[in-house]
Design a protein around this ligand. Sequence first.
Ligand code: ATP
Ligand code: MG
Length: 233
Amino acid sequence: MLEVSGASGGYGPIQVIHDLSVSVDKAELVALVGSNGAGKTTLLRAISGLQPLTGGEIRLDGEPIGHLPAHLRVARGLAHVPEGRQVFGPLSVEDNLRLGAYLNRSDNVSRKRDRVFDLFPALAEKRRAAAGSLSGGQQQMLAIGRALMSSPRVLMLDEPSMGLAPNLVDTILDTVGQLARDGMAILLVEQNAVAALRIAARGYVIETGRITQADNSGALLRDERLRAAYLGE
Ligand SMILES: Nc1ncnc2c1ncn2[C@@H]1O[C@H](COP(=O)(O)OP(=O)(O)OP(=O)(O)O)[C@@H](O)[C@H]1O
Ligand SMILES: [Mg+2]
């Protein structure tokens, strides 16, 4: 579904990601784990078209999309929940969701919104509240909900567990797992390697802009070196 091969890029003359190759199938949840500054956000932003690559190729359903502007990648079925949530604070929950559907014809919007409220009942109760008044966990739910409003086939999430209490991390990651079981291809970026690998089928480890390990999640969770480096054991 999503295939990134040989992606390289960075900021001006500074190369941050080096020849990265990552793929995600339909109904597959893949984790990309790595420590602070490894290049995870840079890769997701490049896949979304928010910043350029200097080399490599991105395919969605076999079609190259690397030349398309970000909004056309969304229209092809690629959605991105950015790091730090970035909801529109003064706008209501419902209006934030509506903005996520800006590319869609209006007749589907309320059905999609109801689907988001089914997934996250806490949001339904707050539908008219300003997004900025929500708790961190609810804002993360809203950020995911907004991405779902574009009816993505591929969903990329950038550290959705960041700053959340453990029970909320579980709630959000359970829902992410459910979306994959329902058929979505999901690329989950996390510093929280244990939580991410527990729900993922496969994982990649990224260190200073390079993939250093790629395996099924069980094998990564058992790997001694990974445990020492990332799992705090
Ligand atoms: N706008 C920018 N300009 C210059 N360098 C940047 C910029 N954003 C990130 N970097 C650098 O690129 C490298 C990778 O950053 P990136 O944000 O992709 O890492 P990350 O894996 O997402 O880290 P974190 O887990 O902290 O979010 C870091 O060395 C960072 O300092
Ligand atoms: Mg990041």
